[in-house]
Design a protein around this ligand. Structure first.
Ligand SMILES: NC(=O)c1ccc[n+]([C@@H]2O[C@H](COP(=O)([O-])OP(=O)(O)OC[C@H]3O[C@@H](n4cnc5c(N)ncnc54)[C@H](O)[C@@H]3O)[C@@H](O)[C@H]2O)c1
Ligand SMILES: O=C(O)C(=O)C[C@@H](O)[C@H](O)[C@H](O)COP(=O)(O)O
Ligand SMILES: [Zn+2]
Length: 364
């Protein structure tokens, strides 16, 4: 048997919280018991319907290691990010007698790990949890950094907690069963990392967009690892988003409004793609971003098949939803824009005419 190969990226917390590792590679599930630790008696494996078999395999492995393990099946995708689903999980933990020494494992995409982390953050006011992301988006973004949460009728991620995992296992083999649509959707957050901090990501994708869209492509590990490093670096300095962490929200102000408007039938990554074009245009119209870099957003996103436009008749509704974005302060809308490639900054209270002009650039 060959030994497991993986890359280890440590996520620090300059605020004094514990650091943890993100492992990227193959055959990583064997690392779970060490992460769970000897103090745990019970483990709950939260997984989406689509990964029912994986959830059972992980549960059985943990049983074989001596833990009392339960599998808790969640709905797929955003349907899991509700208070009702969280309550269902807490009920399962209560009925199993989960104590503060016990551990949750979230196996799935970003929606699953967001819920798993949130359930763990609230149960007994905070228990240990481990993320096993199975989508590109989960690996490069959702599972790293400790943002956990659920949606409410009024908007996306409006209820949540900062509760970092004890470890993150990114087993690249999981990506092989992902639909092409979900794979590409995750690339939006990879491209985001490229624009806000690591332009080499953009060069890798632009060199061979077709290869970037394949789990067995030559750049998969590099793109995932580079993006995780961007996220790890940002959250290390600002876990609770009191400043620099806001740059990770590039494209998200409009994206979250689109997702809500589409009743979450659009994937998060697809909405972020449109949101980034909007933010780039806003920066350009505000005189902060050059034309070529704004246009580069469209070309790289389109090269991998991500959308860059959205129906033009929805603007009043989108504007209304954007007001409850977490970056807003009072009546002031705040956007992350670029002052140049890898130079993210905040644009506060843009003129309504400017917003309208940026919207015209993405309106289909
Ligand atoms: N917490 C954060 O910092 C953060 C960061 C980025 C995104 N997010 C959140 O992540 C969510 C999006 O995550 P996503 O894009 O991973 O989507 P997702 O979790 O909705 O997963 C997409 C679909 O793929 C299925 N799936 C997952 N893994 C699979 C696999 N290996 N094979 C086959 N099917 C699989 C899921 O069941 C789901 O149906 C959004 O809710 C977004 O808000 C959170
Ligand atoms: O980790 C962060 O910080 C991010 O903003 C990453 C985003 O990609 C992610 O979608 C996050 O969930 C958005 O956070 P929100 O606070 O705007 O809901
Ligand atoms: Zn995101």
């Amino acid at each position: 048997m060959t030994s497991p190969t993986h890359t280890r990226i440590t996520v620090e917390d300059s605020g004094g919280g514990p650091s943890y590792d993100v492992l990227v590679g193959h055959r990583l599930l064997g690392e779970l018991p060490e992460l769970i630790g000897p103090q745990a008696k019970r483990v709950a494996v939260l997984h989406p319907e689509a990964l029912a078999e994986t959830g059972q395999v992980v549960r059985e492995d943990l049983e074989a290691q001596g833990y009392e393990a339960i599998a808790v099946q969640l709905p797929n995708a955003e349907e899991a990010k509700t208070v009702e689903v969280a309550a269902y999980c807490w009920k399962a933990l209560g009925q199993t007698g989960f104590t503060r020494g016990d551990v949750l494992v979230g196996v799935g995409g970003g929606a699953t790990t967001d819920v798993a982390g949130f359930v763990a953050a609230c149960w007994l006011r905070g228990v240990r949890w481990i993320a096993v992301p199975t989508t590109v988006l989960g690996m490069v973004d959702a599972a790293v950094g400790g943002k956990t949460g659920i949606n409410t009728a009024e908007g996306k991620n409006l209820v949540g907690a900062f509760h970092p995992p004890a470890g993150v296992l990114c087993d690249l083999a999981a990506l092989e069963s992902l639909s092409a649509h979900d794979y590409v959707s995750g690339l939006a957050e990879v491209i985001k990392a490229g624009f806000i901090a690591d332009p080499a990501i953009l060069e890798v994708i632009e060199k061979d967009p077709e290869a970037a869209c394949r789990p067995d492509g030559p750049y998969t590990a590099e793109l995932i690892e580079r993006s995780i490093r961007v996220k790890a670096d940002v959250v290390a300095g600002d876990l609770r988003e009191s400043g620099r962490r806001e740059i990770l929200n590039y494209g998200h102000t409009l994206a979250h409004a689109i997702e809500r408007n589409e009743r979450y039938n659009w994937r998060h990554g697809a909405a972020v793609a449109v949101g980034m074009v909007f933010a780039a245009e806003l920066g350009r119209i505000a005189g902060r971003l050059d034309d070529a870099t704004a246009q580069r957003h469209r070309s790289v996103l389109q090269a991998v098949g991500l959308p860059v436009t959205y129906r033009g008749d929805q603007w009043p509704k989108l504007l209304e939803t954007m007001k409850v974005d977490k970056k807003s302060r009072g009546d002031l809308l705040r956007f992350i824009v670029l002052d140049g490639l890898a130079r993210p900054a905040v644009l506060e209270g843009p003129d309504p005419a400017m917003l309208l002009a940026a919207h015209a650039e993405i309106a289909a």
